[in-house]
Write a protein that binds this ligand. Sequence first.
Ligand code: NAP
Ligand code: F7E
Length: 355
Amino acid sequence: MAEGKTAIITGITGQDGSYLAELLLAKGYNVFGLVRRTSQPTQGRNLINHLMENECFHLVNGDLTDQSSIDNAVKEIQPDEFYNLGAQSFVPESWRSPTMTADVTGLGALRCLEAIKLVKPDCKFYQAGSSEQFGDVREIPQTELTPFYPRSPYGCAKVFAYDITRNYRESYGLFACTGILFNHESPRRGLEFVTRKVTMTVARIAEGLDEFLSIGNVKAKRDWGFAGDYVEMQWRMLQQDEPEDFVIATGETNSVQDMIGLAFKRVGMTLTWTGEGVDTIASDQDGITRVKTNPKFFRPAEVDLLIGDCSLAAEKLGWTPTTSFEQLVNIMVDSDVKVVKEALSNGQLPPVPPA
Ligand code: NAP
Ligand code: F7E
């Protein structure tokens, strides 16, 4: 064990969990990651394999749907800080599995707060909030004061988690806060999310494995940033003197169509778009259709436009995004081209985004 602080991270096997663990270890923390038991030992998407030899990095079994496992982890570890990043985080899945999403993503936060309240009330708590809480946005851009209007069971679960975090802060004096984070991406993003689905498919097309990208609503607009920057803000929120909720965003919005155009541009293809709605397609400079719309990727209720106002975080946390939107897309495309090439040269099948 290092002499520094001790932190628990739920969602350690996910995109943010892996970046946050790296950050805290570099700051001298002892990091305990909560992992779900599976029938076969696994480190999930292999994002934390490189940390397993670090003597300050530990995994502990637990599940956000199981109060005892969270209580036991807090009792045994006695953390100074607790980052609740675990969630069923894929929005379309939240319509297919709404009660599971409410249980993990909503009640999971309450279970963490209960454990802290009863066992270690001086432990600081970070809740991973989401711009999906704004949903059908009530104002543009969205700030910490913008009312919520979630559009999915996932968004509703995150609103509950936000409310209960504030309530435990006000009721019990816990240092508990929510970061309302807008979309953040990286080469570690799950393959089902739109940016990574696009960059992996573009890489496969560039290597001649696929012919076109099958996509949903390309008109939706998001405020996309780089995940590595965002976990630094999670940590900074817990270093404040007083707990406070913050919006973390870039302040720039782009459409899914813009994102796809940049990704194809990175591999030397220029797209021309035609059609509207489910008839939207895009062809490359040689007239080959490279993007087709599939209605199955449309959602029962869409979040059309997100753009955050991060002035409060800029003022109090010193927040400035380091990576532009185009840089982010280029980083992700280059990484996926490398992944595909390496797999092919090793005689392996490259990853395929879920259909
Ligand atoms: P992610 O890659 O989907 O990771 C989710 C993590 O939650 C995984 O480690 C997963 O473990 C874990 N998990 C799922 N169900 C669990 C359960 N029942 N008990 C314990 N752990 C469970 O998500 P992310 O992109 O890193 O996002 C981190 C957090 O920020 C999430 O809460 C997400 O909702 C929120 N958020 C993300 C964004 C974004 O743009 N990335 C924006 C705003 C908010 P397995 O490996 O076992 O599945
Ligand atoms: O979709 C559209 C889709 O799944 C973005 C999660 O991390 O960020 C994420 O939620 C947009 C939507 O992310 C496809 O309709 C079009 O408008 O990448 P996404 P999300 O739903 O914004 C928030 C902040 C979170 O908190 C969540 O946990 O892209 N879209 N065609 C598509 N989306 C997907 N996934 N696949 C498509 O084929």
